[in-house]
Every structure is written in structure tokens, then in C-alpha cells.
Ligand binder design. Structure first.
Ligand SMILES: CC(C)(COP(=O)(O)OP(=O)(O)OC[C@H]1O[C@@H](n2cnc3c(N)ncnc32)[C@H](O)[C@@H]1OP(=O)(O)O)[C@@H](O)C(=O)NCCC(=O)NCCS
Length: 167
């Protein structure tokens, strides 16, 4: 499977906005978020990925067609200089074929060094995907912090790891 990771240009912002709706619809099964009165899901941070130098948006493409996206931001929650996977999505048509695994590696290689990411424990695909990918790109040293209610709405894990160049 030829997976490409392409920085989203301002002209392709609508492509990202469209895919974001599919992602948020999937996520609404996990966090019970509601639709707006217009029948869409709100995502107030989309513009910031086109205006802030510490945020990056990528389209995942297969055969020149959109197949998902990856959003990343730098230095969140006091992680000095670390990059964080803020949102990550593969369309249903292409799931379970290693697309997320390949795209995540391409994403991490944009910024070798410290990365963090979080996932909900009841998001079964993410809960299997991320620990395995983190081990693969870091050579094994993955720091994991669990959070549980009432601190957070649902159990989640946060991973922190060092991405080696070309892993
Ligand atoms: C999570 C997601 C990105 C996985 O994408 P994908 O391209 O299907 O994942 P891959 O095919 O690369 O799978 C890699 C590994 O992840 C795990 N995995 C992926 N989907 C899974 C599923 N439905 N059930 C259990 N494990 C799964 C498996 O360990 C898999 O390896 P294997 O196929 O060799 O068993 C995709 O399901 C998605 O976009 N979900 C909705 C949005 C989301 O939850 N994003 C993550 C937020 S933290």
C-alpha cells in the first residue's frame, strides 16, 4: 500500500474540514459528542493549523486520493519542545491495512525527537495501534501515564517516546 503524507495547503483546507466531519462522527461513538444545530460537528481549532507555526496538518493519501489525516502540535501541556499527535484518522475504506502504521511513521519522521500522544482505553483500535507504533519508532523506551475518572471523563493513556531518525 503506497501511503503518502502531504502537508495540507490552504487550498486543501476544505478537504481536511470534510474529513474532520467523518473523524468526529466516528469519535462521537466514543465521547458522545452532539451535532450542532446545522447537523455538523464543531471543531474550533481547524484554522489554527493554518496560522500557527507550532501546528501542522497532513493529509494521508493513497493513490492520490484522500485517505485520512494527521494533525500535530508542538509543546503542549508543558512538554518542552515535544510534538504531540493531536488528531489522527484513516477512512473506513482503507482500515486494517497498515495505513495508520505507515502514516504514523511518516508523521514522526517529520520531527525526529520527543513525541507524545493520548488515546482512550475504550478506543480499541487506537489502544492497540499506538503502543505498538511507539515501541517500533523509539526502539522500545515508551513512558506511559494512565489517567482515570474523576480526573478525566474516561480512562486514557498518554505515551511519551523518542523517535529515532528513520525508524
Ligand atoms: C485508529 C485508526 C487510525 C487505525 O487505522 P488503521 O489504518 O485501520 O490501522 P492499521 O491498519 O495501521 O492497524 C495497525 C494496528 O492497529 C491495531 N488495530 C487497528 N484497527 C484495529 C481494530 N479495529 N481492532 C483492533 N486493533 C486494531 C492492530 O494492532 C493493527 O495491527 P494488525 O492489523 O497487524 O493487527 C482508525 O481506526 C481510525 O481512524 N479510527 C477513528 C479515529 C481514531 O480513533 N483515531 C485515533 C485517535 S487516538
Amino acid at each position: 500500500m503506497d501511503v503518502e503524507l502531504i502537508a495540507v495547503s490552504a487550498e486543501d483546507k476544505l478537504v481536511l474540514a470534510n474529513l474532520m466531519q467523518l473523524y468526529l462522527h466516528d469519535f462521537s461513538e466514543l465521547d458522545a459528542r452532539d451535532l450542532s444545530p446545522h447537523g455538523t460537528f464543531d471543531y474550533p481549532w481547524l484554522d489554527s493549523y493554518f496560522t500557527s507555526s507550532d501546528r501542522e496538518a497532513y493529509l494521508i493519501r493513497i493513490g492520490a486520493r484522500p485517505a485520512g489525516f494527521a494533525l500535530a502540535r508542538c509543546d503542549v501541556e508543558g512538554d518542552d519542545g515535544a510534538w504531540n499527535v493531536s488528531e489522527f484518522f484513516v477512512v473506513r475504506r482503507h482500515r486494517r491495512r497498515g495505513v495508520a502504521r505507515d502514516a504514523a511513521r511518516l508523521l514522526f519522521q517529520q520531527h525526529p525527537g520527543t513525541w507524545t500522544l493520548s488515546y482512550l482505553h475504550h478506543n480499541a483500535p487506537a489502544a492497540r495501534l499506538w503502543p505498538a507504533v511507539a515501541v517500533a519508532v523509539s526502539g522500545g523506551a515508551v513512558h506511559r501515564v494512565e489517567e482515570h475518572p474523576p480526573t478525566v471523563p474516561a480512562p486514557k493513556s498518554r505515551l511519551r517516546f523518542e523517535v529515532l531518525p528513520s525508524k
